[in-house]
Write a protein that binds this ligand. Structure first.
Ligand code: AMP
Length: 214
C-alpha cells in the first residue's frame, strides 16, 4: 500500500502515520523528521534546511525531491509506504510521479485530513514529540503515561522549535498557498479521500482504515 497523508500542520498526520505503520507494517516517511535528524547531526542538508524550517517556510523542492527519491529506493519501502509531509507543492507531486514510475510502481491513495485553522494553532502550541522515535503527544489531549517520557520507546519528549504560534500561522498560510492545490491535483487523479480530522484520533484512524480497505 502506497499512500500520502495530506493535511496542514497539526492535522494529525504524524499521529495517524504511527498507527498505520503498526497496522500495516510499512514505513512512515516524514520529510520533516528527516530534516530534523539532519539538523541534529549537523549535516550539510540540515544546515541548508534549518533557516527555512525555523521560519515555517518550505525547504526548496530540489533538496526535498532528491531526499525522497533516495528514501523510496530503500528495501523497507518496496512493499509500501506512508508519506507524511511530502509532497507539499505541485512540483513535488509531479516529481513523485516520476520517481514512482522509475521504481515501477504508483500511488494507491491520498488521504487529506481537514481541520480548521484555530484548532490547528491550539493543537500545535501543546504538541510534544519524542526526541528518539518521533511519536507525537499533546499536553491536554494525548498525554504520555509518565510526564515527559515516550510511551513507545522511553525517549524524552520535547517541543519542536517551529511549534510556536507565530511560526505556526506562517506554516498554515504556506500550506494553504503551496500545498492545498494538491487536493485538486489528486482529486483529478482519482486518488483523494477527505477525512474530518476533528472527530477524535481513533475515529480518524477508523475512517482511514475503511478508505484503505476499499
Ligand atoms: P513537518 O514536520 O512535516 O511539519 O515539517 C517541518 C518543516 O520541514 C516544514 O515547515 C518545512 O520547513 C520542512 N519540510 C518538511 N517537508 C517538506 C517538504 N516536502 N517540502 C518543503 N519543506 C518541507
Amino acid at each position: 500500500m502506497r499512500m500520502i497523508l495530506l493535511g496542514p500542520p497539526g492535522a494529525g498526520k504524524g499521529t495517524q502515520a504511527v498507527r498505520i505503520t503498526k497496522d500495516f507494517g510499512i514505513p512512515a516517511i516524514s520529510t520533516g523528521d528527516i530534516f530534523r535528524t539532519n539538523i541534529k547531526e549537523g549535516t550539510e542538508l540540515g544546515v541548508k534546511a534549518k533557516g527555512y524550517m525555523d521560519k515555517g517556510d518550505l525547504v526548496p523542492d530540489s533538496l526535498v525531491i532528491d531526499l525522497v527519491r533516495d528514501r523510496l529506493s530503500w528495501d523497507d519501502a518496496k512493499d509500501g509506504f506512508i508519506l507524511d509531509g511530502f509532497p507539499r507543492t505541485v512540483a513535488q507531486a509531479e516529481a513523485l510521479q516520476g520517481i514512482l514510475k522509475d521504481l515501477g510502481t504508483k500511488l494507491d491513495i491520498v488521504v487529506s485530513i481537514v481541520v480548521p485553522d484555530e484548532e490547528l494553532v491550539r493543537r500545535i502550541a501543546g504538541r510534544r514529540v519524542c526526541r528518539a522515535c518521533g511519536a507525537p503527544y499533546h499536553v491536554d489531549s494525548l498525554k504520555p503515561k509518565v510526564d515527559g517520557v515516550c510511551d513507545i520507546c522511553g525517549g524524552e519528549l520535547y517541543q519542536r522549535a517551529d511549534d510556536n504560534e507565530e511560526t505556526v500561522r506562517n506554516r498554515i498560510a504556506v500550506y494553504e498557498e503551496s500545498t492545498l492545490p494538491l487536493v485538486e491535483f489528486y482529486t483529478e487523479a482519482g486518488l483523494l479521500t477527505e477525512i474530518d480530522g476533528t472527530i477524535g484520533i481513533d475515529k480518524v484512524e477508523g475512517l482511514i482504515a475503511k478508505a484503505l480497505d476499499k
